[in-house]
Write a protein that binds this ligand. Sequence first.
Ligand code: ADP
Length: 421
Amino acid sequence: MSKAGGSDDELDLIDYTEEEEATTQATTATTGPGGSYSSSSFKDFLLKEEIMRAIGDCGFEHPSEVQHNAIPAAMLGTDLICQAKSGLGKTACFVIPVLQQIDPKPGQVDTLVLAHTKELAYQICAEFDRLGKYCTTVKPLVIFGGVPVTYHQNKLREMQPNVIIGTPGRVMDLILRGDLKVDKLQRLVLDECDHLIDEIGMRKQVQEIFKKTPRQKQVMVLSATMSKNTKEIARKICKDPQEIYIDDMNMLKLDGLSMYYVKLTEREKLKKLESLLDALDFNQVIIFCKTIARAEQLNQVLKKLAFPSMVAHGRRKTQDRLTAYKDFKDFKCRILVSSQLLGRGVDFEKVNVVINFDMPKNDLEYLHKAGRAGRFGTKGLAISFVCDAEDEEIMAAVRKRYACEITNLPESVDKDVYKNK
Ligand code: ADP
């Protein structure tokens, strides 16, 4: 349990020495083939019967490597710092320990989970619903901006939730208004934490929220990527954490993914995209653009070309955003054009092809975006359009950092490489 935090703590601090680094309790696990499964069983965790039933309903047979390392410690109340590439089931690493430990008290919020986008918050809440299906006293509520604050005020009053999943702005707002009380909080989770704390605006909000929570609480910090800065902050806000790094950051591999690039000019991009959409045997595809305007425009053009696409970006109305998210998740549409918005954290299990219409802005962004395909050790295909020297530099950085092969896209790609049975 963390005793860090409380009113006088700052998030931006720390001067860890090499020695301290070396003595920190850390697990650097190496993933097996497919990167996902461990040989242990969920039964070994001695979970509540209600949770085991829900796990069975979800069809999870074995815990993944990261779950194997994280869940036993976290369900005993140990703080957690956990970094594993996306798609390996990090959400369950905190959802299961919360469900296992929670002892609901009327009118008290037990757990607060912070996420950087509405979609991710919504998805985490759905995971609480799914894994907590038989834990009838657990009441999760998702809150985020873009809907009238009175809506959440009423929900909080009527529903008396004990698990809150939310984006920092709205959470802070409700705390300041006195509608959301976190003074009895038992657990705080920061999901995709590098995004929550690397961005100055959000980081301030997270800091403010942190100060409102009690000193004594369990803190769990998770991310697919963790910068040195994020790791330092995470260590500052956790107490004797179990640290889990599935592969060293510099050795991260995009297992299961076949990656290619296409060298072309800006003007050739649309034509190439069209031919790829015609030729590839995708279940669902996400096409990433670098700006909202480009995503909007590309979506319009695709529609005109009779491709049934939809678009996701942060400037759409909240309701439209969530409808788009749900429709895509429910397989009502197979082509999604996205800005940066859905580049991280969000899980669309049927996506097996990602196309970077615009090159991600750096190697980390590449990992997050390409990682939307090939979730949980499944196969996938990532194709990036490279059109200038800057794009080429980023591509070189990706190759170097993840020690992976990204080759020129051949005439045709064997669908066995990216199509899951
Ligand atoms: P991450 O947070 O690491 O990106 P998620 O928690 O979103 O990954 O999980 C990715 C996908 O894997 C989800 O569809 C989830 O339901 C599935 N999943 C998680 N754990 C298991 C498991 N033990 N067995 C099978 N599928 C799993």
